[in-house]
Design a binder for this molecule. Structure first.
Ligand code: MLT
Length: 259
């Protein structure tokens, strides 16, 4: 499966994996700043999302991990920093778990507004219900209403209508089939504490201070299992910190590790 990819800039490679249910343009503001600072940014649309086609395989984030490795392999990338926001972080964890025969593991990892644990049964059931509903209704409109509030901080929602409108549009443009595939894949993801605690590269744990989906306490728990973890919070940002404050997220990616 070949993925649609933003590939901009020149220099050390930073791979950016987007959240659910949006697309790679979530990272545009961050990518511009990283490219201006001398980084090459590779940001794919994950399978089914944005301009990438829907996978033929059953829903599993390992499929998405393999597709990202293929993007890196085709470009002969051997050394890279990997950053994943929320679902993108889950895919990054699957990349650590499964590895690749021709692409090494990331030299460093940024886990942005994401979680290491598997879903409790009620969350899993809800994901499966959302998947069924998206397919039955043939639209993602219901997700716009359900998700804008938890995705964005109160400050963003009150003061930045253009960000709210952009995120709503991305959700609307996402295919119902991608929502179903993504939800079913996320529902079966394993707990990643084992692969994260075994990883010996530097890990940036970054989150919006107002993130209610993966809140700061959860981020502290994540850092506590890491060998070389560093926590940073982005003030006044929620779950989609990369679009709410791209400058702060780019700055964190450029100034870490701080030791
Ligand atoms: C995301 O932003 O990717 C989602 O919140 C992930 C999830 O549903 O767990």
């Amino acid at each position: 499966m070949s993925l649609a990819v933003t590939d901009v800039g020149a220099g050390p490679v930073v791979v950016l994996l987007h959240a659910f249910p949006v697309n790679r343009h979530l990272w545009d503001g961050v990518a511009d700043q990283l490219a201006s600072a001398g980084r090459r940014v590779i940001a794919p649309d994950l399978p089914g999302f944005g301009e990438s086609s829907l996978p033929a395989e059953d829903p599993d984030l390992a499929v998405a991990a393999r597709a990202v490795f293929d993007v890196l392999s085709q470009r002969e990338v051997g050394y890279y920093t990997l950053a994943g926001l929320s679902m993108g972080g889950y895919v990054a964890m699957q990349m650590l778990r499964h590895g690749s025969s021709d692409v090494p593991p990331p030299a460093a990892l940024a886990l942005v507004d994401t979680k290491m644990g598997a879903d409790p049964p009620a969350v899993r059931d809800n994901r499966l219900a959302v998947a069924d509903r998206a397919l039955a209704e043939g639209t993602t409109e219901f997700l716009v209403d359900a998700m804008i509030e938890p995705l964005l901080s109160p400050v963003t929602r009150a003061d930045r209508p253009q960000v709210v409108a952009q995120v709503a549009q991305w959700i609307r443009e996402t295919r119902p089939e991608a929502v179903a595939w993504g939800q079913r894949a996320m529902a079966r993801r394993p707990d990643s504490r084992d692969v994260l605690s075994a990883y010996d590269g530097s890990v940036l744990v970054l989150a919006g201070a107002d993130d209610v989906i993966s809140p700061p306490d959860e981020q502290r728990g994540l850092v506590s299992v890491l060998q070389r973890g560093e926590l940073r919070l982005v003030p006044h940002a929620g779950h989609l910190s990369a679009v709410e404050d791209p400058a702060a997220v780019a700055d964190a990616l450029l100034t870490w590790p701080s030791e």
